[in-house]
Design a protein around this ligand. Sequence first.
Ligand code: GDP
Length: 467
Amino acid sequence: MIRSEETICAPATAIGGAIAVIRVSGPKSLEICEKVFFPLAKNIKLSDQKGYTVLFGDICSNGIIIDEVLITVFRSPHSYTGENSAEISCHASPYIIRKILEILIQSGAVPANPGEFTQRAFFNGKMDLSQAEAVADVIASRSGSAHRIALNQMRGGFSSEISRLRHELLNFASLIELELDFGEEDVEFADREKLKTIIFNVKELSDKLAASFILGNVLKNGIPVAIVGKPNSGKSTLLNALLMEEKAIVSDIPGTTRDSIEDTIVIEGIEYRFIDTAGLRDTSDVIEAMGIKKTHEKISQASVILLIDEISDPAESINQRVQSIREMISESEKRLIILINKTDTASGDRQSELESLIRIEKNETLLFISARENSGLEELRSKLSDISYKNRLSSEDIIITNIRHYDALTRISESLGRVLSGLKDNIPEDLIAIDIRQAIHYLGEITGEITSDEILGNIFKNFCIGK
Ligand code: GDP
């Protein structure tokens, strides 16, 4: 798996822009580039250049110019991978990119595997495993909050904390093991009160981090929203109206299209993901759209439920529908927004009348909208934003978003829980030491101080080529 003696190359940019970057990393990077690159200034040698130098020149193959490029030189250890590296900025024609890769490979480089640059950065100590994982999250982040969490993790906010805890525990584990070495002699190197405090603190933090996973997962993947209601109440019109607004925003960013972002909207840095919208798109399937089982399923997956009714509906039937949805909501954190649609077809008096007749409970909101006329949607967006989690997130908060970390943290808490009760019950030291060692092991798994090929393989296979 590790093949650090090889020099690897791969395109680092997606097709579509004007410029492409090809990365080369490994012991022979500069020599290999030198064989195919001819600097404009004839007396300059690429392999003599200091790190962070940029050279202009031609890339040639058998005397034929392929492109005019810039090459940036990086010297070990001051590069992304920690190795000698070069980045070739060329014109982004698929032909040029392919040709340059081809001649780099002919000159001794090998094509990089997915994530291999980041994997090398990890092996060379440029980042730990949780930081490496965050690189992929930073690239994939689609909203401000997901980006902030990933960037924080990539910059080591989370790992430095984990490393610190691990070292504290390691100290104590060694002291206890030393006591065991003395066997029968009644010596106590590890101060029990101090040990208790430290175990307690580590456990508390590990509990807190594990608990942040629910929020982290929601912020990373979007807050799931369900749109429910009887047929023809305007569910698909509302969805389209919200997505159209989003399309207008997203389309302003060059190179993006709404199509690439499936049924999501971003409000104030938080992504909302409309779940199971297939039925809404195909409104001919009215029966399906009504199904109780389907509604139940949707509600179980959602954090926010939008129930749509029409302004012409009798208050009593609205109240009944609200009640039946309420009964399907099992968890108290789920929020229900009741939308009375088609306000364009009724008078203001009708709205006031319904307002006084519809009964809403704590954690529920009543809004009047016209999905077709785009009225009340701004209020809906701001309500979504209000009830989402943004107020609970400050920039210092460490939030975990990775299920591998969550698993490890849960195990750490379990082991330390056993240590605490063991200390209370005066359980023999050797048993306590085993649980402390276990917690240390799982802490090390998070940062990669302890890894297996299987863990590494799973992590890096999800990276793109060139990262
Ligand atoms: P769904 O079955 O709940 O998805 O309902 P649709 O979105 O397909 O809407 C059913 C009908 O109601 C369509 O003819 C829409 O044009 C219409 N409709 C939806 N929203 C409004 C609205 O705000 N005002 C009016 N007047 N008609 C609407």
